[in-house]
Design a protein around this ligand. Structure first.
Ligand SMILES: Cc1cc2nc3c(=O)[nH]c(=O)nc-3n(C[C@H](O)[C@H](O)[C@H](O)COP(=O)(O)OP(=O)(O)OC[C@H]3O[C@@H](n4cnc5c(N)ncnc54)[C@H](O)[C@@H]3O)c2cc1C
Length: 373
């Protein structure tokens, strides 16, 4: 049984948010911006945020050339333009709130490697630029010659640059969100596995006692890939992604920027002093990666290691010092789900591989669905 003190001071809130990823913390911050005197609680099952937000690659991107060409096969032109606009506006809003320095944002540009046999992709550049002109007012994609100095494998024959993309330090961004929550008096309880959200928010007692009921007139569910537990009817498929980071390399990496390869399924960049970060490769085993369990898929690891040695940095000796996985959420469309389930309860989930771009603004939308008190 709860003590008198626990019941009086620790259980009751104006808004309870489940999940402390980018969306959960953004929702809390936006709600407090609007209602500074409200009591807001975030419940997080991990000791740290434990989904995708602390495990991503930090690409501040909105869709590579080949990704957008693929999107146009299943979406209308106006839908693709709206998708890109949401992502780009999201990035601008997040950068303007936190400032580039705080989140470690670098406007290095995005690049896509085009391999032998894929050159026809370049013919689409004028069409895609025309499609995006209303957003950017100038060309987004261009073929560049810098490839000669970048040391990629021989199969890479062309390079496409996107001058509007950049990269951030994922850890710095999450740290900024956590610090802002703290400054705004937003309480975060970690190790709090929520087992039920309706009619009450019930949290498993890690000490083995009865579940603890937290009380709130409003509840925001921001559990992304893990949301089916509460709403099995939602169209959400988990998609695990893996990342590897090398040792600090002896020879300077001969390029900078955020790189896409294989229709955006593989991505790589430089991190730290001179380390290589490589991630993705889900397309090698899509079925095997449809899981909410963390872990490394040996098939994908082998594929990424081969790419490092054959395509990305063929001339360097490399040791992998870090490898990890994170869980994303996908569905039949690329749009996230932002839905009012009842007067009391709303969800904002299914961010695909673009949560860095859209998570902050999604939190703003979700917070706007709740009134004060
Ligand atoms: C390997 C990888 C690389 C990526 N790279 C990029 C990139 O470069 N650029 C980009 O834009 N996006 C990238 N993404 C996607 C991006 O990270 C996600 O879209 C984004 O982090 C989703 O944020 P979220 O807050 O919705 O979900 P999450 O970060 O998954 O947060 C959900 C939180 O809910 C918590 N939770 C779940 N169930 C419960 C429960 N029952 N009780 C309490 N808490 C619970 C989880 O522990 C988790 O902390 C990548 C993702 C991965 C996995």
């Amino acid at each position: 049984m709860l003590s008198y003190w626990e019941k009086e001071y620790l259980i009751n809130y104006d808004l309870i948010i489940i999940g402390s990823g980018i969306v959960g913390m953004s929702t809390a911050i936006w709600y407090k911006e609007k209602y500074p005197n409200s009591a807001v609680l975030i419940l997080e099952r991990g000791l740290l945020p434990s989904g995708a937000s602390t495990r991503n690659a930090g690409f501040a991107c909105f869709g590579s050339l080949t990704e957008l060409i693929d999107d146009l096969k299943v979406m209308s032109e106006s839908e693709v333009r709206a998708l890109v606009k949401r992502r780009y506006d999201g990035l601008c809003a997040m950068r303007s709130y936190f400032g580039d320095n705080r989140i470690g944002y670098n406007h290095t540009g995005g690049y896509e490697l085009i391999c032998e046999g894929e050159e026809a992709i370049l013919d689409h550049i004028p069409t895609i630029n025309a499609l995006l002109r209303p957003i950017f007012m100038e060309d987004v994609f261009e073929q560049v010659d810098e490839i000669e100095d970048m040391g990629f494998g021989k199969q890479v024959v062309r390079l496409v640059k996107n001058k509007f993309e950049g990269e951030l330090e994922t850890g710095k961004y999450i740290d900024s969100l956590l610090n802002t929550c703290q400054l705004k008096d937003i309480r975060i309880i970690t190790g709090a596995d929520v087992i039920e959200v309706e009619p009450k928010v019930l949290v498993k007692d890690p000490l083995g006692g009865s579940p603890i009921a937290f009380l709130s007139k409003k509840v925001a569910v921001c559990t992304n890939a893990f949301t089916k537990r509460f709403f099995p009817e939602l169209d959400i498929d988990p998609g695990r992604g893996m990342i590897m980071v090398s040792n600090t390399l002896a020879d300077q990496i001969p390029w900078s920027g955020s790189f896409h390869y294989d229709k955006g399924f593989v991505y790589f960049r430089k991190v730290g002093q001179n380390r290589l970060l490589v991630g993705g490769g889900r397309n090698v085993d899509i079925e095997g990666e449809q899981t909410t369990l963390f872990g490394i898929n040996p098939k994908i690891k082998t594929y990424l290691q081969a790419l490092i040695h054959e395509v990305i940095l063929p001339k360097q000796e490399i040791t992998i010092e870090f490898e990890w996985s994170g869980i994303m959420a996908f569905g039949n469309t690329k749009e996230p789900i932002v839905k009012k389930i009842s007067d009391r309860l709303s969800v904002a989930v299914r961010l695909g591989g673009m949560g860095v771009a859209i998570g902050w603004e999604l939190g703003r939308s979700l917070s706007g669905s709740f009134s004060e008190g």
